[in-house]
Design a protein around this ligand. Structure first.
Ligand SMILES: Cc1ncc(COP(=O)(O)O)c(C=O)c1O
Length: 391
């Protein structure tokens, strides 16, 4: 198909649910993507948080190739070795508990919400507190948890039982907790909401409050998980343990998987018939995810993330000194935001024209989340392009 034909078929036959950029990609390797005309791009936002290993990592490809030639799918009423291996591996990296496998971030969060409701049911508690500028997904329950009016408009009424309070404001949380509260759900670094980092004191006090009131602390690690912030999971930067954690995006190395992990005492709350997902944790995707976790460990990507994160942060702060249009640079590990005084859309487009892919969220926050195996040379190149784009 020619480029013009592809654009036309999308226009005529695919629902217009995405703001699209007129680029057609045909090949990827590491932090490079090539479009249909053969132009190369440096990808500093690989797969919207999916590409923690960059594109087409050999360990992911090998796992998928091996498995696809043997057995592609096993339904969840049977067993296969790789779901067992992946669950064991996730629990090793996280905390003692049990895993539910699904296919996406929204689905993992939906599962966490159901678990919290079931947990609260015996004492009549059902409410989940979430935070302003959160993003938890696009299903109806996760939209209600997300709480942002711009995403909810036209889809009301929202499911009941969700309440939003100001992020990093512990007094607002305390005021919102009632006898109905079953869970508090948050991203420790809000991604879509503008790369807002959870304050240490806030997170520690939140954990304490949840313990005192027997409320589940649900940490959405869909974007921050699998090494993005320099630890395997972001909560480990704070020295806390959540009651429930959700994962997706980077876990499958480019293939769809979600996971909800609950600590041991909560692991048997959802029993047979209460929750399910046909494709959740199939053998091919589990092999891909095992490849991802193996690469993170063997290639020392957590250390690289911390080192390169610091290096990129320094470079971006240098840019800030020479470009007054930059208000603030913030983030954790390789999840960085550059808040501008102006709308960021045009900067993203200029970077794209110069061969650099980045994102803009919340209108004014440029979001940079390169692969965890990014190099100094690639960072230098990206920052030079960004500097030129900022003019
Ligand atoms: C923190 C967070 N939670 C949940 C989701 C939803 O994930 P998915 O698009 O896989 O449903 C996202 C997606 O961007 C996210 O960033």
């Amino acid at each position: 198909m020619k480029a013009s034909e592809i654009f036309q078929v999308y226009k005529d036959n695919i629902m217009p649910t995405y703001n699209k950029v007129p680029l057609i990609f045909v090949k990827g390797k590491g932090s490079r993507l090539w479009d249909i005309k053969g132009k190369a791009y440096l990808d500093f936002f690989p797969g919207w948080g999916v590409g923690n290993l960059g594109h087409c990592h050999p360990k992911v490809m090998q796992g998928v190739r091996d498995q696809i030639s043997k057995l592609i799918f096993v339904p969840n009423n049977y067993y296969h070795p790789f779901q067992a291996k992946l669950a064991k591996e996730l629990i090793y990296w996280a905390f003692p508990g049990k895993v539910f496998f699904c296919n996406s971030g929204a689905e993992a969060n939906e599962g966490a919400i159901k678990l919290a409701r079931k947990f609260g049911a015996s004492t009549g508690r059902f409410e989940i507190i979430t935070f302003e500028n959160a993003f938890h997904g696009r299903t109806l329950a996760t939209l209600a948890a997300t709480g942002q009016k711009k995403y909810q408009a036209g889809f009301e009424p929202m499911p009941e039982g969700f309440k939003q309070v100001k992020f990093n404001d512990i007094e607002a949380v305390k005021a919102a907790v009632t006898d109905n509260t079953a869970g508090i759900m948050l991203e420790l670094v809000q991604g879509e909401g503008g790369v807002n980092v959870g304050a240490r004191d806030f997170v520690l006090t939140l954990r304490k409050l949840c313990d005192e009131k027997k409320i589940l602390l649900i940490v959405d690690e869909v974007q921050t998980g699998v090494g993005r912030t320099g630890k395997m999971f972001c909560y480990q930067n704070y020295g806390i343990t959540p009651d429930v954690m959700t994962l997706a995006k980077a876990l499958g190395g480019g293939l769809p998987i979600g996971a909800m992990i609950a600590r041991k005492e909560l692991g048997d709350i959802l029993t047979a018939g209460m929750h399910a997902s046909t494709f959740g944790g199939g053998p091919v995707i589990c092999k891909a995810a095992l490849g991802v976790l193996n690469a993170v460990q063997k290639e020392k990507l957590l250390a690289n993330c911390r080192n390169m994160g610091e290096y990129l942060l320094g470079k971006l702060n240098n840019l800030k000194n020479s470009h007054p249009v930059i208000k603030e640079v913030r983030g954790m590990g390789l999840m960085l935001g550059v808040e501008l005084d102006i709308e960021g859309k045009e900067i993203v487009r200029k970077c794209m024209d110069k061969g650099l892919l980045i994102n803009c969220t919340h209108d004014k926050v440029l979001r940079l989340m390169p692969a965890l195996n990014i190099t100094k040379k690639e960072i230098d190149k990206a920052v030079t392009i960004l500097g030129e784009a900022l003019g």
